[in-house]
Design a protein around this ligand. Structure first.
Ligand code: FAD
Length: 414
């Protein structure tokens, strides 16, 4: 059976793409190697939505209409949080990965999407005028056929499989990975600077390794629960390569060993931490940047900093350039006047072949622009656009009409 749209990857971007396409009446199959949707926002325990709101002064205003706004509303209803919080010049929305999975399940069920979990796509090609995507599930190989494919794999997996034009920053420049884990049993425990001081003390005394310097904790919003995030260098043994299994395995090992030692240490030293325990490991360590498609347009960091708009914008990038090129914390660069730049249609269209769109953190942009567009609020927006683009292409309608169709469907980009 052939469907209209195959979406590869059910992260923020793939979820938005699949739901948007299905709501247009398309037959959609969503392929995902995990057992739930959300990607980094669930399987890697990333717990804040950034890029949902406009930057700068004033109350929180959604940057992109449609799916991003719907996700924000559903998340607030699910977590019971009072609203987004201001951090410097940006608004962020705390999200809980458990709620994200439940919301994604609801959205997928309501939209009538065929979802295939536990499925790793490993081959793709063109056959009889259709796209064929082969996936493996527990030693069985199956094939999906569709008129169009959205590559929302985060790593531009389809570009890898098709030998499509793509780029990746040099190892020393790549945004560093991080390991996020859950902790429970912390009752009115020390946090912030006091806790950071404890960790530094543990390193000075030789109880904790230097890698613990990259560790910080944030409240999840649930009683006694925190998320710990360890910013890693990724180069513990050799260059960092986010597409290499051996390198990724080292991230998992280092992340777990630093987390385990730190929580054991804090249990004995920090006030309110006596009952602390690690409650969940991520399914995968967090990767911020890897391979991206080379598209018909390549958005640059200078454009994001200039708040540049284009005639065919399909979404807005409402987050500063957030550089994580070392594991010593973020470096933020804000656009002129806090103006959101536009992401044009060509960023979702690989130079070749036809009939493929991309969304999320692997869209066509340079390393600097990716430092902004990778956040989940923006991934929802590019996913939404890619989903609608795929439907137009599947119906043989001109994709150039996408900006107007998006505006008619969801409202203007302002
Ligand atoms: C440590 C860390 C902290 C971050 N902090 C924030 C933050 O605070 N706020 C924020 O908004 N963003 C943050 N980000 C960035 C953000 O989480 C990601 O860039 C974003 O979630 C990417 O979404 P995506 O849909 O493009 O890709 P992903 O979330 O990576 O989803 C891709 C999906 O495709 C699936 N997939 C890949 N290959 C295959 C295959 N071959 N077959 C089947 N399925 C496949 C994967 O399993 C995954 O589910 C952070 C990222 C990291 C790593």
């Amino acid at each position: 059976m052939s469907r209209d749209v195959i979406v590869l990857g059910a992260g923020s971007a793939g979820l938005a793409a699949a739901v948007t396409a299905a709501r247009e009446g398309a037959q959609v199959t969503l392929l995902e190697r995990h057992g739930y949707a959300g990607g980094m926002g669930t399987a890697s325990l990333v717990h804040t939505f950034c890029g949902l709101y406009r930057m700068g002064e004033g109350p929180p205003v959604m940057a992109n209409p449609g799916f991003p706004a719907e996700m924000a509303g559903r998340m607030l209803a699910s977590t019971g949080d009072g609203g987004p919080v201001k951090m410097g010049r940006v608004w962020v929305l705390r999200q809980h990965p458990v709620d994200f999975v439940r919301i994604a399940d609801e959205l997928l069920r309501e939209s009538g999407i065929e979802v295939i979990y536990h499925a790793e796509a490993f081959k793709a090609g063109r056959e009889g005028g259709l796209w064929a995507v082969d996936y493996a599930c527990r030693g069985q190989i199956r094939r999906l056929e569709g008129k169009t494919v959205v590559d929302a794999s985060g790593d531009a997996v389809l570009a890898g499989l098709l030998d499509g034009a793509s780029y990746q920053a040099e190892p020393a420049k790549l945004q560093r990975p991080a390991y996020v884990f859950g902790v429970q049993g912390v009752i009115e425990g020390e946090q912030g600077l006091a806790l950071a001081g404890r960790i530094v003390d543990g390193i000075r005394r030789g109880v904790l390794s230097q890698a613990a310097l990259g560790l910080h904790f944030r409240a999840s919003g649930r009683a006694g629960e925190l998320f710990g995030t360890i910013d890693l260098s990724g180069a513990e043994e050799g260059d960092y390569d986010p597409l290499d299994g051996a390198c990724l395995s080292r991230l998992e090992e280092v992340g777990r060993s630093v987390a385990g030692a730190a929580v054991d240490f804090l249990k004995g030293e920090a006030g309110g931490w006596g009952g602390a325990y690690i409650s969940h490991w991520p399914v995968r360590a967090g990767v911020r940047e890897s391979r991206r498609w080379q598209g018909r347009y390549r958005l640059t960091g200078d454009e994001v900093l200039g708040g540049v708009r284009h005639a065919d914008d399909i979404a807005l990038a409402a987050w500063p350039l957030e550089f994580r090129e070392t594991n010593r914390g973020p470096k933020l660069r804000y656009p002129d006047g806090d103006r959101a730049a536009g992401i044009p249609l060509g960023c979702l269209q690989p130079v070749a072949p036809e009939g493929i769109f991309t969304a999320g953190r692997c869209i066509s942009c340079d390393h600097d622009a990716q430092a902004s567009v990778r956040v989940m609020g923006t991934c929802f927006a590019t996913g939404q656009a890619a989903g609608l683009a795929a439907v137009l292409a599947a119906r043989g309608e001109p994709v150039e009409g996408l900006p107007a169709r998006l505006e008619a469907r969801f409202g203007p980009l302002e």
